[in-house]
Design a binder for this molecule. Structure first.
Ligand code: IMP
Ligand code: MG
Length: 175
């Protein structure tokens, strides 16, 4: 049995595309005159960020930080490690944090706390997926693509032990 047969599609590529278009409309409405900085959290966000920004037709900047809370496998370690920090000033800028999935909330809450201290003009969060059943830290999400069930998801940038990031659909792994 190959590993693909353990995958069950939750969100097909076309559904994801529709959600990204809707999010892009919302972000355009709110940011088109603000020259925002979009800060993506690597690695999981790289596919979503690439699709989102190509639908934003106004001046903006793209930055990435790389944070890690997963040692390996499916369990969060609960500690956030800054693998690569922010390399641009955000003071008095409009900042939109872009995340693939908010699960326990630990990763994004850490980044938002850090950014708030840097005194941006505004600070909001856009996530492709929200998995609220697993939240351990409160997080305010301003733009949500999908609310998803408590399953470990892969594809469209999300991994399990660095595998599956390249798949165009979002699937869950059979236990
Ligand atoms: P949190 O700190 O628990 O909210 O987890 C956030 C990060 O863990 C996300 O940015 C993802 O990269 C990763 N993550 C959370 N849930 C999943 C999942 O179901 N599949 C793959 N990665 C996940
Ligand atoms: Mg991520």
């Amino acid at each position: 049995m190959d590993s693909e047969s353990r995958l069950h599609t939750l969100l097909a590529g076309a559904e994801i595309e529709a959600a990204v278009s809707r999010l892009a409309e919302e972000v355009t409405r709110d940011y088109q005159d603000k020259r925002p900085i979009l800060i993506g959290i690597l690695k999981g966000v790289f596919v979503f960020m690439a699709d989102l920004v190509r639908q934003l037709d106004f001046p903006l900047e793209v930055e990435f930080v790389r944070l890690s809370s997963y040692g390996s496998g499916r369990q969060t370690s609960g500690r956030v490690e800054v693998v690569q920090g922010l390399s641009c000033p955000v003071k008095e800028r409009h900042v939109l944090v872009v995340e693939d999935i908010v699960d326990t909330g630990i990763t994004v809450a850490f980044l938002i706390d850090y950014l708030r201290n840097e005194e941006p003009a505004s600070l909001k969060l856009c996530t492709l997926m929200d998995k609220p059943s697993r939240r351990r830290v409160p997080v305010t999400i301003d733009y949500t693509g999908f609310t998803v069930p408590d399953k470990f998801l892969v594809g469209y940038g999300l991994d399990c032990d660095e595998q599956y990031r390249n798949l165009p659909d979002i699937s869950f792994l059979e236990d």
